[in-house]
Design a protein around this ligand. Sequence first.
Ligand SMILES: NC(=O)c1ccc[n+]([C@@H]2O[C@H](COP(=O)([O-])OP(=O)(O)OC[C@H]3O[C@@H](n4cnc5c(N)ncnc54)[C@H](OP(=O)(O)O)[C@@H]3O)[C@@H](O)[C@H]2O)c1
Length: 306
Amino acid sequence: MKRRDFLRTGAVVAASALFLPLSGTKVFGALSGIQAKNLIPAVKLNNGIQMPRLGFGTNTLNGDIAERSVADAISVGYRLIDTAHIYGNEEAVGAGIKKSGINREELFVTSKLWVDDAGFESTKKAYQTTLNKLGLEYLNLYLIHRPRGDVKGSWKAMEELYEAGKIRAIGVSNFDPDQLAELMAYAKIKPVINQIETHVFLQENKSYEALMKTGVQMEAWSPFAAGRNEIFSNPTLASIGKKHNKSIAQVCLRWHFQRGVVAIPRSTKKAHMMENLVIFDFELDSSDMQTIATLDLNKTQFPEWG
Ligand SMILES: NC(=O)c1ccc[n+]([C@@H]2O[C@H](COP(=O)([O-])OP(=O)(O)OC[C@H]3O[C@@H](n4cnc5c(N)ncnc54)[C@H](OP(=O)(O)O)[C@@H]3O)[C@@H](O)[C@H]2O)c1
C-alpha cells in the first residue's frame, strides 16, 4: 500500500472522535487501558459496513479461558471478536462479551458455518444455533468456514439471512481464487471477506492480488502462524523490530496492516493483547517490506488441516 493510501485509510483520529465516522473512516476502541493513538482504524467493506482492521481470534480458547480472554481483549480495546462453531467456544465467547459490559453496537462479532452444516436449510438452522450459543440477536459477519459440501445452498441461505437483516455482512474463509470466482459467478450478494491463512511465511500473493481486484477484503487467520516455524525468534523480524523499537509480534501485525489485510491475533495474556494493539504509531519502510517479502515460504504452516 502506498503511504498516501495508508494515511487516508489508516488515519488514527483524536480521542474526541471516538466511535464516530470521520471522513468515512471509523475508529474502534476504548479509552480505558490504551492510549488514543492506539485506537483501531476501520475498513469499509464492499457492502458499506465498517470493520475494525485489527481483531481478536479465539481458536483453541475454551471455557473459562475463552470467557476471560474475550472480556480482557474487549477491556483493552479490541472490538472485533472472531469465533466459529467448530471452535466449540461460542457460549464462552458470548459469556466473555457479556462480562465485558460493552454495548453490542460497539462490537463486530464474526462466526463461521462449519462444513457439516453446509446446505440451504442446515445453514439457516446452524446460524440460529450460533446466535443462541453466543447469546446475540445478530452477527456482524458470518463466514462459510471451508469450501466443502453444498456451498451454493449455504450461500443462498446466507443471502436470505442477510437480506432479512439478520446478519450485517456475509463472506467466506479458506477459498482459493478459483473457488471464490466460482461462488461469485452465482452469488446475488458478493462476499465481503475471504479469511485465509496468511502470515510472513505464507504471504498468499496470488489470493492477495485477486482479492484486491474483486474488492473482497482479505483477512488473515493465524497472523503469527500460531507461533510455528519459530516466528517469535525469527532473526530477520527481530532486527526489523529492533530498528523500530518494536516486538516481532508488532512487526508482523504492522506488516498485515500496511498490506491492507485485517488480522485477528489470539492471546490469553493481557500484556500480549495490549502489545498487539500498539502498531499504529510506527511505519515499516519499503526496505522492511521488501525484506519481509523474502520470508515467504509459500507453504502452509498447518499441513495437518489440508
Ligand atoms: N478461518 C479459519 O480456518 C481459521 C483457522 C485458524 C485460525 N483462525 C482464526 O484466526 C485467529 C488467530 O490465529 P491462531 O489462533 O491460529 O494463532 P495466532 O494469532 O497466529 O497466534 C497465537 C499465538 O501467538 C501468541 N502470541 C500472541 N501475541 C503475542 C505476543 N505479543 N508475543 C508473543 N506471543 C504472542 C499466543 O500466545 P499467548 O496466548 O501466550 O499470547 C499464541 O500462542 C484464531 O484464533 C481464529 O479466530 C481461523
